[in-house]
Design a protein around this ligand. Structure first.
Ligand SMILES: *Cc1c(COP(=O)(O)O)cnc(C)c1O
Length: 485
């Protein structure tokens, strides 16, 4: 059988080409006169030489080895792998968006600036904030600039003691990492027996050194903290500010606004809630929104409107400065803007309704086979603490996840949040029909059955993928990214 698994260097033949360019009409020797010696190469680069059809087959076969949301169900909790409508790709490639230069004069890119301004307004309406900064490259980058904004505010008031960030133990890992990066100390507080913020621990933790509380809501257990207003009041009374990690806003769209809950700063993950393909790491976008009293401290530039014209506001003195070159990942902004306009207010609200309904359906249907964590309804994702029962007590969540791949599904998030043992975190998103959810539920129930009757098949899974059980730590820490031929 023909082997399409060979890598492109192995099928290379000297002299093969997949391009045809007009003959070179400049003298190479002459070009060399313009370039400093030290930048010139002595030898040819070792590029593979293949024909066009070989290169097409190479990339097509490679892409089929990957699993994507366009191929199948991708219930990766906390990552919101929703379907990305193709109209977003169309608008993001429009000439006036894709072929402009960031150094062009504002008068020649009014449409692009207007798009950013209106996206800013829409996101403020959705979150209950007063102004957004759209430059952040990802959620974690949003967190970082959000906390720097809060620090700039405390410093400007001459309140130099505030260097502690309170983070619940259920927080997303990026929250404590952000606090540390921003030069703050982390004060972790415990969750109560329902997975919510323990109010007494919070009251004890706040004080004159409180910079801010960072809260993910719905939290990493998929729960909406019912004491949310009391939580923000406690922090405010101590002089601290409240930061909302809104990376997973799918459940609250059109229903609840962090601004109304008492939060001062929020970041959104446009690549999650507002649809941009983001498997494999980007490009993303993590805009931050703030209440009016913090606008002066936001990063530069903001998009502002002056009469009928739009411009970039770069002269705010108290601003913490730039956090990203130019306007950040602009095409992701276009995608989010398109998503919001094509769904409208009612459509966004329905996104939340369906995301929550789908998660609760799965939570209910799997509760006989897996240890359900939330007692009541969950938000956009549901959490299980491993299998209820298996033959030898040795089947782990990792085995369940690996076996799901044999059944054609991307596994859910595993071993996160850390406060739940053998965690399996399932986020179906709004964009799946009931038939898909039922197929997934059937596969999960089959696995629970296999765990009792044939545990070996789980321990050796997956059986159908090109790579089976790599050493994940080694693969993450010492990846081999270059041809070792
Ligand atoms: C995904 C996520 C983040 C980080 O977002 P990135 O874009 O990956 O940097 C932060 N908080 C929560 C709750 C998330 O789910």
């Amino acid at each position: 059988m023909i082997n399409y698994d060979k890598i492109i260097f192995e099928i290379s033949e000297p002299g093969r080409k997949s391009y045809s360019l007009p003959a070179l009409d400049v003298d190479q020797k002459e070009v060399k006169n313009f370039i400093d010696e030290k930048y010139l190469r002595d030898e040819e680069l070792d590029f593979p030489e293949v024909s066009e059809n070989q290169i097409i087959r190479h990339y097509t076969n490679l892409s089929l080895k990957n699993y994507s949301v366009d191929q199948g169900f991708y219930p990766l909790g906390s990552c919101t792998m929703k379907y990305n409508p193709k109209i977003n790709e169309l608008t993001s490639r429009l000439d006036g968006f894709a072929n402009i230069h960031p150094l062009q004069d504002a008068s020649t890119v009014q449409g692009a600036l207007r798009m950013m301004y209106e996206l800013d307004e829409d996101l403020c309406e959705i979150t209950g904030m007063d102004k957004m900064s759209l430059n952040q490259a990802a959620g974690a980058h949003g967190e970082y600039s959000g906390i720097l904004t809060i620090r700039a505010y405390h410093e400007a008031r001459g309140d130099h003691k505030r260097n502690k960030i309170i983070v619940p133990d259920s927080a997303h890992g990026t929250n404590p990492a952000t606090a540390a990066m921003a030069g703050c100390e982390i004060k972790e507080i415990k969750s109560d027996e329902n997975g919510l913020v323990d109010l007494d621990s919070l009251r004890e933790a706040v004080g004159e050194d409180t910079c801010a509380l960072m809260l993910t809501n719905p939290n990493t257990a998929g729960l909406f903290d019912k004491n949310i207003k009391e939580i923000t009041d406690i922090v405010h009374q101590a002089g601290g500010l409240c930061y909302y990690d809104g990376a997973n806003a799918n459940a609250i769209l059109g229903h609840a606004k962090p601004g109304d809950m008492g939060f001062d700063v929020i970041h959104l993950n446009l690549h999650k809630t507002f649809s941009t393909p983001h498997g494999g790491g980007g490009p993303g976008s993590g805009p931050i929104g703030v209440k009016e009293f913090l606008v002066d401290y936001l990063p530069k530039p903001l998009v502002v409107k002056d009469g009928d014209t739009y411009k970039l506001d770069t002269d705010r003195e108290k601003s913490l400065g730039r956090v990203k070159d130019f306007q950040g990942h602009f095409s992701t902004l276009v995608r989010a803007y398109t998503y919001i306009l094509s769904l409208g207010a009612d459509g966004l609200r329905e996104v939340a309704d369906m995301a929550v309904l789908n998660a609760n359906y799965i939570q209910k249907m799997l509760e006989d086979d897996y240890n359900r964590v939330a007692k009541g309804v969950c938000m956009h994702e549901c959490l299980f603490a491993g299998l209820k029962d298996d033959a030898d007590g040795e089947i782990r969540t990792l085995d369940v996840a690996k076996r799901l791949m044999d059944k054609g599904f991307h596994p859910p998030t595993v071993y996160f949040p850390l406060i739940v043992q053998e965690a399996l975190m399932i986020e179906p998103t709004e964009s799946e029909p009931k038939e898909t959810l039922d197929e997934f539920i059937k596969a999960m129930k089959e696995i629970a059955q296999e765990a009792k009757e044939n545990p070996e098949i789980l321990k050796t899974a997956p059986h159908t993928t090109p790579v089976r059980r790599p050493d994940e730590t080694l693969a993450a820490r010492k990846p081999i990214l270059k041809y070792q031929g």
